[in-house]
Structures are given as structure tokens and as C-alpha cells.
Unconditional design. Structure first.
Length: 258
């Protein structure tokens, strides 16, 4: 492809697989995450395997100034970002009033605020150049409220709404915004979010398959992409017609630990 993609949360899971998929297409990369060692290892792997250029930016998206720091680093390097992939995000389990507020505040900063900030910073250049692709990694959690993951589900609803809104604003340009909404995925998300023992992860999709699904949807300019046909049918043709209290009950049951 020959374009430069910036990927947040690139040190593992879906982010790392998105980086591998883009690199295999001949594209350069800017990899962003907190773990410098993991980023450096992935940088070496991809540069050796595909003879591309990979820049590493160590940043914590839970810090309000992180987006400006990332943007400044790519500007100083003279890079035009053709593809922005807002992949970084995390969840957490438990009743909202029993959780530590600072953890949910950090979640909102990573899942929403830094995502919006990065999009604003890089979207302006894309529109000026009349080319760009944005992929927001959301979740099927976006389609309903989430008892026991109240803030996480709400952040993903925000992401899907935001992505669709700017997609419409970008009509008439060669810039698109796509929301990827996977179901359960086998990544470090489970342990990081204290989600062990929840049955929905027993049949989780691979990070590689989800990355390919999302990347291809982004290239196609799709509005919203759900990685599983069964989930797509459930969320679009059954859930919207169920009573609200039934949806809340089913949603909570899905997040109960065994």
C-alpha cells in the first residue's frame, strides 16, 4: 500500500496484528503504546520481515497531554499519517459504585478523550491532503448498556457514535471513518480488565482475524463492522426489538463470573 499508519495500543493483541497486516501490505508504521520493549521488538520484527520504516512512540494515553505529544513527534519526524487506527482501550469489571473512580477516569481518557484528540489532530491534515483512513476499534459492547462494565460499555457507545458522525461530515472527501465492533477477542484485555471467568471469552476470536476484518473494512470505507455474522444479526435484528429491561438483564448475565 505504501502509506503510513499510526496505531495506538500497538504493543500486543489487535494492535500488534493490525501492524503486522499493514506492514505485510508494504506500509510504514508509527507504533504507540506504553511498553517500549514490546514496541521495539515489534519494530525489529516488521522492519526485518518487510523492509519498511517503523517509528516507535512511547506514550500513556491516560495522560491528557499524550495526543499532543504523539502528534508533535510525528510532525518533527516529517511524517504524513495516512491511516489513523485508534486501537488503545481497556475495560474493568464490577459495580460502578464499588470500583475505584480513578480507574474509570483513566478508562474514559484512553477510550474516548485521547481517541478524540488524536482524531482531531490528524484528521485536519487528511482533509487538506484529501486522503485518509481512520479506524476506531470499538466493541459490540457499544450496542447496549453494560451492567458490571458500565463505563466501558458507555465509552464504546461514544466511539461508535463519534465515528459515524464524523464519517457523515467527511462525505465528499476521500477521507473515511470506520468503527470496528468485535465481540470477545483472545487478548490481554481479559486479564487487564479482571474479566477471567466470564463465559463469553470461552469462544473468543483471534486477534489476527479481528485485525484483518477491521483493516479490510477500513480500506473499504465501511461505516460499522462487526466481525461475526451471528453477532451482527443479534445486535441489529433482535436486540433493538427487545424490552429495555430484558436487554439489561441479558447484558448483566453475560458479564457475570462463573
Amino acid at each position: 500500500m505504501g502509506s503510513t499508519a499510526l496505531i495506538t495500543g500497538a504493543s500486543g493483541g489487535i494492535g500488534a496484528e493490525l501492524a503486522r497486516y499493514h506492514a505485510a501490505r508494504g506500509g510504514d508504521l508509527v507504533l504507540v503504546a506504553r511498553s517500549e520493549d514490546k514496541l521495539k521488538a515489534l519494530q525489529l520484527e516488521l522492519e526485518n520481515a518487510h523492509k519498511i520504516k517503523v517509528m516507535v512512540v512511547v506514550a500513556d494515553l491516560a495522560q491528557p497531554e499524550s495526543a499532543d505529544q504523539i502528534f508533535s513527534a510525528t510532525e518533527q519526524a516529517g511524517l504524513n499519517i495516512d491511516i489513523l487506527i485508534n486501537n488503545a482501550g481497556f475495560g474493568g469489571h464490577g459495580k460502578f459504585h464499588e470500583r475505584q473512580l480513578r480507574k474509570d477516569q483513566a478508562m474514559m481518557l484512553v477510550n474516548m478523550v485521547s481517541l478524540v484528540n488524536l482524531t482531531h489532530l490528524y484528521l485536519q491534515g487528511m482533509v487538506q491532503r484529501n486522503y485518509g483512513k481512520i479506524l476506531h476499534v470499538a466493541s459490540t459492547a457499544a450496542f447496549m448498556p453494560g451492567p458490571l462494565q458500565a463505563v466501558y460499555y458507555a465509552t464504546k457507545s461514544f466511539v461508535v457514535s463519534f465515528s459515524q458522525a464524523i464519517s457523515q461530515e467527511l462525505e465528499g472527501t476521500n477521507v473515511t471513518s470506520t468503527a470496528l465492533c468485535p465481540g470477545a477477542v483472545a487478548t490481554g484485555f481479559v486479564s487487564a480488565g479482571d474479566l477471567e471467568g466470564i463465559k463469553v471469552w470461552d469462544k473468543a476470536a483471534t486477534a489476527e482475524s479481528v485485525a484483518k476484518c477491521g483493516y479490510d473494512a477500513m480500506i473499504n470505507g465501511d461505516l460499522v463492522k462487526i466481525n461475526e455474522k451471528g453477532l451482527n444479526f443479534l445486535l441489529n435484528w433482535i436486540i433493538p426489538f427487545l424490552p429495555r429491561k430484558t436487554i439489561l438483564k441479558l447484558s448483566r448475565q453475560a458479564m457475570e463470573k462463573s
